[in-house]
Design a binder for this molecule. Structure first.
Ligand SMILES: [Zn+2]
Ligand SMILES: [Zn+2]
Length: 253
């Protein structure tokens, strides 16, 4: 049944959610954002093409949007290039990312952006429409140019923090977000040491300030305790919290 507050069926499916490097349970950052008519891959962390192809045929992907050049967010792209070029033989797939990500992709797979991927360099001022999803961006607090994303369709919006330190908040979008993937990389003991990531508490505080109703806790490194991060987030956030896991799908309420 169609949710009246989410008429296009906007949703996000977790493909990979491990932070920093892949775990035995999950690839690194990678998510499918979909409506009834549009399918977009956001980030392509190492190992992500396995779960991705469990969820969707590569040929159904309308575009790929990459947040930044760190390896845990894009290094499945050379493998996906082979999938699109030699597998589904789909040319001209729209790919959006920062200039730094383009430099690294070109070094790793020089032919990828010469026909198979139709590359567009984006920054925090960009507005990208893919089908019925509109993407806007905000530069986060991270050592390289990193773009958080707000993805709106049919009056609902999903957010993705990408990677960020505590100096960035989703309030920077200046627009409401219903459901947000928020990186929660740090144990609270490591807050305040200049590490460019946030704890569950810091993520929860910033989501509360931005009026977000639901959080998906993600980018937890292998060996870290996601349940502990959730408890720390819950102390700072009164809304719904789910822990990301591969294959899980979430929709704005
Ligand atoms: Zn990362
Ligand atoms: Zn990063």
């Amino acid at each position: 049944m169609t949710n009246p507050s989410n008429p296009n069926g906007l949703s996000v499916t977790v493909i990979g959610c491990s932070g920093t490097y892949s775990s035995s349970e999950s690839a690194c950052s990678s998510y499918l954002v979909r409506t009834s008519t549009t399918t977009v891959l956001i980030d392509a962390g190492p190992g992500s093409s396995i779960e991705l192809q469990r969820q969707v045929d590569l040929g159904e992907i309308d575009a790929i949007v990459l947040s930044h050049e760190h390896p845990d967010h894009w290094t499945e792209m050379p493998s996906l290039y082979h999938g699109f070029r030699y597998g589904v033989e789909k040319m001209g797939l729209a790919v959006y990312g920062t200039q730094g990500t383009k430099v690294r992709l070109d070094a790793a797979a020089p032919e990828a952006t010469k026909g198979t991927f139709d590359w567009t360099t984006i920054d925090a001022t960009s507005v990208v429409d893919v089908g019925d999803i509109t993407f806007t961006f905000s530069e986060t607090d991270h050592p390289v140019e990193t773009l958080a994303m707000r993805m709106e369709s049919g009056g609902s919006a999903i957010g993705y923090s990408a990677d960020t330190g505590p100096a960035w908040s989703p309030e920077a979008f200046g627009a409401p977000i219903d459901l947000m993937l928020y990186e929660t990389t740090l144990p609270v003991e490591l807050e305040g040491q200049g590490i460019p990531h946030v704890s569950g508490k810091e993520a929860g505080e910033r989501a509360t300030a931005a009026g977000i109703r639901s959080l998906i806790l993600t980018h937890v490194p292998p060996g870290h305790d996601a349940a502990l991060r959730e408890r720390e987030m819950r102390a700072a956030f009164a809304g719904t919290i789910d822990i990301a896991m591969p294959g899980a799908t979430f929709s704005p309420g």
